[in-house]
Design a protein around this ligand. Structure first.
Ligand code: 5GP
Length: 112
């Protein structure tokens, strides 16, 4: 069973794509929690960061570097937050690894 993100990567369902390269895709979240809420999604199927292996190191690093690049391109010079939800208690709802990039308003701590 393909996840929603695999279907988006395969162009089987539409998404608002803001960045793409050979390794990942960045899309606007369908239910934004901040003025900017972008998901950076690896094309390789890795269910969650807790299931990543040593040979995924370059993919994991690429996701953070891409989040930083997309943040700059999105005008988030005042700051931003990167979130990765892992497992049910972590708030994960789509079992395909993704980095949330949030910004455009003052973010509070602790998170909910
Ligand atoms: P998670 O809860 O797994 O960390 O994050 C999943 C995210 O995917 C949520 O923020 C949710 O709004 C977003 N999402 C779920 N389905 C879709 C979709 O079909 N399109 C887009 N663009 N985002 C989605």
């Amino acid at each position: 069973m393909k996840t929603i993100f695999e279907k988006i990567i395969a162009r089987e369902i539409p998404a608002d794509i803001v960045y793409e390269d050979n390794t990942c895709l960045a899309i606007n979240d369908i239910d934004p929690q901040a003025p900017t809420h972008i998901l950076i999604i690896p094309k390789k199927v890795i269910p969650r960061v807790g299931d990543a292996h040593a040979d995924d190191q370059s993919v994991l690093g690429h996701l953070l570097l891409t989040a930083s690049k997309v943040a700059s391109a999105s005008g988030l010079q005042e700051g931003f937050r990167i979130v990765i939800n892992n497992g049910p208690q972590g708030g994960e709802t789509v079992p395909h690894l993704h980095v949330h990039l949030l910004g455009g308003r003052q973010l509070t701590w602790p998170p909910g």
